[in-house]
Design a protein around this ligand. Structure first.
Ligand SMILES: [Zn+2]
Ligand SMILES: [Zn+2]
Length: 314
């Protein structure tokens, strides 16, 4: 699992930061990737990465502000041209489907693959045998959601030596044991999967929040998460604006991560008011509250090495 930021700016694009989008790459887990938000020119940003649009399986939209959705019609249209055939599922607030449908109709755009729309309600919005995704409403100036992506426990490793000692022959029986099934050998011996596999590994929890002021639901979504991705449109010197405009400061983002007992905080949605020279100070203030904070830039990619989340050096 990897996380790559495609746009980390707030409101409008700047030379250094495009509007919101990030990719949760699940190439090893399911051969696909999930996109969270799709600001204008997200497809241009994708051109600078290894991401292939036809691999996008799901798109989660936090809210309908332009800096989070204006890239959708173009990207969805290009996905057709680039040979995407698999169903794409889009999760978003009420109104998203109608807006996209209208855009396709007036521009005579024909999408060649099925799009499934899911109107977000609070609670579980997706579940399969690998992942469970839930959503809660945040506090912004329009309806806005945050998402919690939980990976289900990963099966333990097969301890081949141990299985062989118990007389399990090479072949499909080993596979059954690895998948949690108990087996009976030809001589009648029962071999329990638990006896020849290591314990299941905890899955990762990734919390992606949309625009929000400091709120309880952000904490709930981020509870014990391996990483919380939180906006910081303002800093503490402008904190009164933050609450009025439905946004957060760097310090509030850090407080959410701390109070949620998260392992890491990635701060995005950075206003163009902040100059590159201001970023260090924003980070210092966040780290005073939550040491594992990062302020992310466009194209930054984060990977897990064991339990540790690291920024990949480009
Ligand atoms: Zn925004
Ligand atoms: Zn917004």
């Amino acid at each position: 699992m990897q996380i790559q930021f495609l746009g980390t700016g707030a409101g409008m694009p700047s030379k250094l930061r495009n509007t919101s989008a990030l990719a949760l790459k699940l190439l090893e887990e399911r051969g696909t990737l999930w996109l969270f938000d799709c600001g204008e020119a997200t497809q241009h940003q994708i051109l600078h990465t290894s991401i292939r649009p036809r691999k996008i399986e799901k798109i989660f939209i936090t809210h309908l502000h332009g800096d989070h959705i204006f890239g959708l019609p173009g990207l969805l249209s290009s996905r057709s041209f680039l040979g995407g055939e698999d169903t794409l599922t889009i999760y978003g607030p009420k109104g998203l489907k109608e807006w996209l449908q209208f855009s396709f109709d007036v521009s005579n755009t024909h999408i060649t693959y099925p799009i499934e729309f899911v109107e977000i309600q609070e609670g579980v919005i997706f579940e399969d045998d690998q992942f469970i995704v839930s959503a809660l409403e945040l506090e912004h100036v329009i309806q806005c959601y945050g998402f919690r992506v939980e990976q289900k426990p990963l099966p333990g490793e097969l301890l081949i030596e141990k299985a062989r000692e118990l007389g399990v022959p090479k072949g499909p029986l080993l596979g059954k044991l690895k998948n949690g099934e108990d087996i009976t050998l030809e001589n009648g011996t029962v071999v329990l999967s638990n006896d020849v596999t290591s314990p299941p590994k905890k899955g990762l929890i990734v919390t992606v929040l949309g625009d929000t002021r400091f709120c309880e639901n952000a904490k709930l979504l981020g509870k014990n998460a391996d990483v919380v991705i939180h906006e910081a449109t303002f800093d503490h010197s402008t904190s009164s604006h933050a609450a009025n405009y439905g946004h957060s400061t760097n310090v509030e983002a850090a407080k959410i991560a701390k109070e949620a007992n998260a392992s890491n905080l990635l701060i995005n949605h950075i206003s163009a008011r902040f100059l590159p020279s201001d970023i260090h100070q924003l980070l210092v203030e966040a780290k005073e509250i939550f040491p594992n904070s990062h302020i992310v830039n466009d194209f930054d990619q984060f990977i897990w090495k064991g339990q540790q989340l690291l920024k990949e050096e480009s």
